[in-house]
Design a binder for this molecule. Sequence first.
Ligand code: FBP
Length: 336
Amino acid sequence: MKPTALSRYLIEAQHQGHINADLRLLLEVVARACKTISTAVGKGALGDVLGDAGTGNVQGEAQKKLDVLSNEILLEANEWGGHLAGLASEEMEHAHAIPSSYPRGNYLLLFDPLDGSSNIDVNVSVGTIFSVLRCPDGVTEPRDEHFLQPGSAQVCAGYTVYGPSTILVLTFGRGTHMFTLDREQGSFILTRSDVQVPEDTREFAINMSNQRFWHPPVQNYIRDLLAGKTGPRGKDFNMRWIASMVSEVHRILTRGGIFMYPADSKDPGKPGRLRLMYEANPMGFILEQAGGACSTGRGRMLEVQPEGLHQRVPVFLGSRNEVAEAERYHHEHDRA
Ligand code: FBP
C-alpha cells in the first residue's frame, strides 16, 4: 500500500467529518513549522543555533537560541493563515491575539516551542508540544482568560520529537497517530496509527536527585518501586530519565512506562515543574487517546480548571494501571 502523507490523512479526516477545513489548515501549518524547526535543530553547530540566547522567558528561565527561534517560527507561520483567533506560548508572558490586519479564525493555539531545550547543546532529543482549543463565542480579541479551558476541551493536541528521526504525534480525539518525517520528500508519513500504550509497566521515570524534597506519597510510591521483586509490588522496575518530556512520552507511547514530575518542597511557590496548558494537557489528551492516563496524582489532568496561562502542575502519566497505582498512594496518604 502507498504510504499515507499527513496532508492526505487530514483531507480524508475532513471528508469523513472528523475535522473541519480550518483545523486541517491549522494542523498543516503547525506541521510545516515543525519541519522548519526540525531543520534548524538538525543543523546544530553548523547553523549557529546552539547555546544561550542571553535572554530569559516569562518564568525567569534562560532561553536557548533555539527556544527563541522555534517560537518565532511557530508565531510567524500561524499568524496569517486565517484559522486562529489567538496564540499563547511558554516563551510569551501573555496570549497574542491575531492582528486585525490578518483574517481571524475560531481556534486558539498554545505551544511549548522547544521542550527539553537544556538538552539541545548535548545533542539529545527535544520537541515541540501544542494544544488547540476553541475560541469562546463572540470573542474576537482573545486574552489570557479565554485560554483558561480544561484539557477536556481540547479539540486537538500533538507533539513533534526531533530525534534520530523527526516524528509528529497527533490526536483530534479519534486515537493517537504517528507520522515520521521523510526528509528527502519533506513530508510527514503515517507510520503508526491507533497507538496503544501497554496498561502495565516495569519502567519508571523521575528525577531522583529531587528525592529529599518529595512529599510522602511520592516517597512511599518510589520506595516500593525500588524495592522490586521482594517489595510490595512483587516485580523489578527499570528507570530512565532523559530530562526531555517529549522523549519520555514518546518512549511511553512506544513501550509503556510511567513518567513523573511531582510537586515538591524545593520551591514551595511552584506546584510542580511542568506547565498545565501547553505541556501536561496536550500530553494527557494524547495518552488518553492511546489508552494511557495522565493525572495530577489526585485526579485526571484533563479535568483541572486552569487558573493561569503558565500554571504548573504535578504530573503522573503513562501506562494506565501504573498511573492508577501512583494515585492510590496519594489517596491512601490523604485518607490517613
Ligand atoms: P522546559 O519547559 O523549561 O524545557 O522544562 C521542561 C523539562 O525540560 C521537561 O522536558 C523535562 O522533563 C524536565 O523539564 C526536566 O527537568 P529536570 O531538569 O529537573 O530534570
